[in-house]
Design a binder for this molecule. Structure first.
Ligand code: AP5
Ligand code: MG
Length: 218
C-alpha cells in the first residue's frame, strides 16, 4: 500500500522545510507543486509559460494544469511507495482528484498535518527566506542561516530570494490561501486525517511533532 502524507498550511508555514527533512527520514519522495512550477518556469517549458502569470501574481494556477502536472509526477517510479505532498492539494477539486488518482495507484492519504502559524510571523519568514538554486534547500537569514552567506550548505549552489516573496504578493498569497485552501482543513478533519501542528516552535520541534503524528497514523 502506498502511503501519502499531505502537508497543509499557509505560505511560509514551513511545509517545504519540514517536507525536505521528513522525506529523508521516512524514505519517501518530496513532491512540491510550487517546486515543480518553479522548475518549469526556469526551463521555460510550455507548462511554465502557462503558469507564469499566476505564480507571479500569487494566484493559484488553474486546477486542470496543476492536477495534470502532479499526476505525471506521482506516476513516476520513485513514488512507488508513496510521497510527501507539499502545496498540493490546494482546492477542493484538487483534493477530489488526488483521492481518485491515489485509488487508481493503490494508495491513500494516511495523515494530513496542518501547520499553523500567525500571519505576522509568515510575512517575516517569507521576507527573510533564501532558497538554493540547485535543489530548493530552504534557509532563513535569522531563523536558519546558511554557514556561508548566500551559499547552500548542502550543495554549494547560490541562494536566491523568490520573486513571489515581495510583500504585496505575499499578502495576496495569504488571502488566496484563506479563500481557496483553508476549506481543506475542514475537509480532511471530517475524514479523520487532520493533525494540528504548532508551526511557531522551532524547526526541530516541529519535525518531532510531525514525525509523531505520521507514525501514529499508520
Ligand atoms: P508554493 O511554492 O507552494 O508556496 P506556498 O504555499 O506559498 O508556500 P511557501 O513555499 O512560501 O512556504 P512553505 O510553507 O513551504 O515554507 P518554508 O518551509 O519555505 O507555491 C508557489 C506558487 O505556485 C503559488 O502561489 C501558486 O501560484 C503556485 N502553486 C503551487 N501549488 C499550487 C497548487 N496546488 N494549485 C495551484 N497553484 C499552485 O519556510 C518559510 C521560511 O520560514 C523559510 O525561510 C524557513 O527557513 C523559515 N522557517 C520554516 N520553519 C520555521 C520554524 N519552525 N521556525 C522559524 N522559521 C522557520
Ligand atoms: Mg514551500
Amino acid at each position: 500500500m502506498r502511503i501519502y502524507i499531505v502537508l497543509l498550511g499557509p505560505p511560509g508555514a514551513g511545509k517545504g522545510t519540514q517536507a525536505q527533512i521528513i522525506a529523508e527520514k521516512l524514505k519517501l519522495v518530496h513532491v512540491s507543486s510550487g517546486d515543480l512550477f518553479r522548475e518549469n518556469l526556469k526551463n521555460k517549458t510550455e507548462l511554465g509559460q502557462k503558469a507564469q502569470s499566476y505564480v507571479d501574481r500569487g494566484e493559484l494556477v488553474p486546477d486542470d494544469i496543476t492536477i495534470g502536472m502532479v499526476r505525471d509526477r506521482l506516476m513516476r517510479a520513485d513514488c512507488e511507495i508513496g510521497a510527501i505532498l507539499d502545496g498540493f492539494p490546494r482546492t477542493p477539486a484538487q483534493a477530489e482528484a488526488l483521492t481518485k488518482l491515489l485509488a487508481d495507484l493503490g494508495g491513500k492519504v494516511v495523515s494530513v498535518p496542518f501547520i499553523y502559524v500567525p500571519d505576522e510571523v509568515l510575512i517575516d519568514r517569507l521576507a527573510g527566506r533564501w532558497t538554493c538554486q540547485a535543489q530548493g534547500h530552504i534557509y532563513h537569514e535569522k531563523n536558519n542561516p546558511p554557514k556561508v552567506t548566500g551559499i547552500c550548505d548542502q550543495d554549494g549552489s547560490a541562494l536566491y530570494q523568490r520573486e513571489d516573496d515581495k510583500r504585496d504578493t505575499v499578502m495576496r498569497r495569504i488571502q488566496v490561501y484563506q479563500e481557496q485552501t483553508a476549506p481543506l482543513i475542514e475537509y480532511y478533519r471530517r475524514q479523520g486525517l487532520l493533525v494540528q501542528i504548532d508551526g511557531t516552535i522551532g524547526i526541530e520541534n516541529v519535525t518531532d511533532h510531525l514525525l509523531k503524528a505520521v507514525q501514529e497514523a499508520h
